[in-house]
Design a protein around this ligand. Structure first.
Ligand SMILES: Cc1cc2nc3c(=O)[nH]c(=O)nc-3n(C[C@H](O)[C@H](O)[C@H](O)COP(=O)(O)OP(=O)(O)OC[C@H]3O[C@@H](n4cnc5c(N)ncnc54)[C@H](O)[C@@H]3O)c2cc1C
Length: 176
């Protein structure tokens, strides 16, 4: 589970949360999104029912982008009314769906937009001290190795650290 920002673009979902999960997602698998993390949705919607005259879609717009709120409400006649007229059952079902929105992505943007490759030379075939492979004199470092970090600089760190280890080993070999 990742607690990160989510971006709605004209092509689909993006942003840090999606970049993170894309390293784990496999085609055909569902992704589950909590659109209002940390919010007590049932309490919020039932309170709004008691105090607000707004349409449900307009209330939702305080939680999610207004066009998403409109699209969401338009799918269900029970949600196309002032929130004061909604049944508790409909609001609780809505709260549940917002907190656990399951969708199956049609695909990713592929290598064109990828930040990491997720794959590469198996670390079991490399020395963790020197990055030398079982083929003496052949070294692998960085992105070409099957090491993938979360967002946050871990891939840079891996590239630099493995490069440093390899360079140290080569320097020792040359001087020794
Ligand atoms: C858009 C984007 C954003 C990213 N953001 C982050 C981030 O915020 N934090 C993070 O940790 N990681 C990030 N990454 C991942 C990170 O950039 C890589 O994991 C890291 O740069 C890998 O370093 P590397 O030296 O192994 O490979 P690279 O940086 O890919 O370096 C390989 C070099 O080899 C050169 N090369 C290729 N073929 C040949 C050849 N035949 N002869 C000579 N030279 C060749 C290439 O031109 C390139 O300069 C991002 C990647 C992308 C694409």
């Amino acid at each position: 589970m990742f607690s990160e920002d989510l971006l709605f673009t004209h092509r689909g979902l993006s942003g840090p949360a999606v970049l993170q999960i894309s390293s784990f997602w496999r085609e055909g698998q569902p992704v589950r999104v909590n659109l209002a993390p940390g919010v007590d949705l049932p309490a919020l919607l039932l309170r709004a029912k008691a105090t607000s005259k707004k349409l449900i879609a307009n209330e939702l717009a305080s939680l999610v982008p207004s066009r998403l709120a409109d699209a969401w409400a338009s799918q269900d006649p029970a949600l196309q009314r002032p929130i004061s007229e909604a049944t508790d059952k409909a609001l609780l079902a809505l709260a549940q769906r917002l907190a656990d929105w399951e969708l199956v992505p049609t695909g990713s943007e592929g290598y064109k937009k990828a930040e990491v490759t997720v794959g590469g030379v198996d670390t079991r075939d490399l020395s963790s001290q020197t990055m030398e492979s079982k083929q003496p004199g052949l070294y692998f470092i960085g992105e070409v190795v099957d090491v993938t970090g979360w967002l946050g600089g871990y891939n840079f760190q891996w590239a630099w650290a493995s490069g440093f280890a390899c360079a140290q080993a080569l320097a020792q070999k040359i001087s020794g």
